[in-house]
Design a protein. Sequence first.
Length: 300
Amino acid sequence: MKKVVLILFILALCLSAIAVAQAGPYLTPLELKPPGQMIVNMAEYHNWYFLSDSQRSQDVHNIKHFFDYGADAPNYNKAVLQGIDKVMATAPNGGGYFVGLRANPPESPLGYDLKFGKYSLLTPPRSTSYCSGSSYGVFIEALNIINPRYSNRMTAAQLEACRMQEPDGGRRDDDIKLWGYWNDDVWGIHHALIDYTQMGEVVAPYAAKPGDFIKIMWSKSSGHFVVFLGWVRGANNQPVAIRYWSSQPGTNGFGEQESSISKIYSILFVRLTYPDNITKFDPDYKVNIWNVMDAGYVLK
């Protein structure tokens, strides 16, 4: 009798493992362990993605990121680079940068009507943008490129969770659904792409490639949400600066910018690796935003 029970138990485990394997890469939140803060000694690593002189010489408002970086980008990062070009093309001169929570008309994360398939996510009250909005626009456009039918496979609740506005056109607060988590002031990149949708993976700075999403925490000011383009090489083959695409005052909205590593307190890279999970996430899932407060890499 005991042997029969043991055999049945083993059979059940095997069937369970098969079911999990067939379910795809979507994991439960408990299986995703956020990183603690890590110190990266830049001298110990030698595979940084350094920019060429031609890449650094491009106009900050160019729309050829896929052409310039696509060959070096992994998997779905290529679509992210195409997404940059699509967003950038809506405002060839940057479109303007503006943040004002109490402004009238209200601030706009993006300056154009962003759509997921045919579903509208934003009717912009302004033509300007800011960093998290620009990177979110790139994310959505990348999904449209990877699979134009994603939105057809999503529930109404999932699509609504992707919206950047409330139904009345008002501002969607931070930490409310997908855009709200993305727009979180601290580690929104982790909350949105890993905790909430489980669409991405954390990447170490020395393994970063063009098209990775980044949250930078500055040493003397607030953070910045950007898309990685590459490192600037310094003495002894160590990075001295980082180049990225986002929306910021220095580029009048959308555009490329370089910042010295000396200005960075910590940095977190997340790569889009499981885009199909946009059709599987639970829109009602509540992220514990305090769970990754010490996440990020410190560059030394």
